[in-house]
Write a protein that binds this ligand. Structure first.
Ligand SMILES: Nc1ncnc2c1ncn2[C@@H]1O[C@H](COP(=O)(O)OP(=O)(O)OP(=O)(O)O)[C@@H](O)[C@H]1O
Ligand SMILES: [Mg+2]
Length: 335
């Protein structure tokens, strides 16, 4: 079980006429991923998804909050003592090509972490080669073909499978898949998503799925949980199916309104939620982060920040003063 409470990250960006600028990438995010669970984070570009994934995998520091892995708060450990815990979280990068060392064969790529794993678990070195073949078979590729080859000799889909096999060398509890299929040929995406789903079922590994696409979030975790991130804040959280069927936060509603569907599949009487263009960039003064784009914002939204909760008797949690049950409909293609 991996949990985070109040995870906050502020980047300091240099440059510009005003000098250094502080960018709040995460504003007190709480989350939990259980073994075998499926949790999806969705949100637009810049909402903090990658930053959160990197913090959970121990690759990025945070400014406030606590990550707890298997009951152990990471802040209580030295940097060195944290490493074995963070190895239980493995990150799968967006770009399988840059994630693999081009000068190493797949055999060499898998051998190094497997030797480490053999030492950690008291296994003989002879275990390594058999395990490499086993992991490749598990991700659906022929070990005999792939092991002697270099990354550039493989297709994008195969490379991503190798990246997943390498992540599995550490027997992780959670795989963090950050836009794991966005750079893969469309025709191969479903295969990779199906693999992640299958690993969840077969190995009981938890999947934290990061995407800006609600349809892939739904595919990977139709029985899981969905977190909707907007400018570093979780604005809606609950069962994936529930939120897709009945979103209450206007931002989530606008995300769902933007999905194209074929004519004939629209729900009659549904309303489309179209966010306004932001008139002024930058931080609102203490109000809701979405207020300037929200078609339903009121005076209160401009001055007070809503927190995640169940106000209004909704099943899912949301951070909105005016959660409304709006039946939203994906935008029809060709309109
Ligand atoms: N290393 C960094 N230095 C400074 N600012 C950063 C850094 N990494 C991210 N940011 C800023 O933090 C915010 C969140 O970025 P992040 O990459 O986590 O978003 P994201 O949701 O993954 O976006 P995308 O969908 O485009 O991948 C953005 O405003 C970004 O510019
Ligand atoms: Mg990202």
């Amino acid at each position: 079980m991996i949990t985070g409470t109040g995870i906050t990250k502020i980047f300091k960006q240099r440059g510009g006429v005003l000098g250094a600028r502080e960018v709040p990438a995460l504003r007190g995010v709480d989350f939990a991923v259980a073994k075998g669970g499926a949790v999806s984070f969705i949100g637009e570009s810049g909402s903090g998804k990658t930053t959160l994934g990197r913090i959970i995998a121990g690759l990025e520091t945070h400014d406030a909050g606590e990550i707890v892995i298997d009951g152990v708060p990471m802040s209580s450990l030295s940097h060195r003592k944290r490493q074995p815990y963070f190895r239980r979280v493995q990150l799968i990068h967006q770009d399988p090509y840059s994630a693999l060392n081009p000068t190493r064969t797949i055999h060499q790529t898998l051998e190094a972490p497997l030797r480490l794993r053999a030492r950690q678990t008291g296994r003989p070195r002879s275990w390594v080669d058999g395990r490499a073949a086993e992991l490749l078979a598990m991700v659906g590729i022929d070990p005999g073909y792939v092991l002697p080859r270099y990354p550039h000799q493989l297709s994008g889909g195969m490379r991503q499978r190798v990246v997943i096999a390498r992540a599995l060398t550490m027997d992780p509890e959670v795989l963090v898949a950050d836009e794991a299929v966005s750079m893969i040929d469309v025709s191969l995406r479903l295969g990779i998503l199906a693999l992640l789903k299958d690993l969840r079922e077969r190995l009981g590994v938890g999947v934290l799925f990061i995407t800006h696409d609600i349809a892939t979030a739904r595919y990977i975790g139709d029985d899981g949980e969905l977190y909707v991130l907007y400018r570093g804040q979780v604005v809606e959280r609950g069962a994936t199916e529930k939120i897709i069927a009945d979103p209450v936060h206007p931002y989530t509603q606008s995300l769902l309104s933007a999905i194209p569907v074929l004519h004939g599949l629209e729900r009659p009487g549904a309303e489309r939620v179209v966010p306004r263009e932001m008139q002024r960039e930058g931080e609102p003064d203490g109000g809701c982060l979405f207020a300037r784009r929200c078609p339903f914002s009121t005076e209160r939204c401009e001055s007070e920040m809503p927190v995640l909760g169940r106000d209004g008797g909704t099943e899912q949690e949301h951070a909105c003063f005016h959660p409304r049950r709006r039946s939203v409909i994906p935008v029809g293609v060709g309109e």
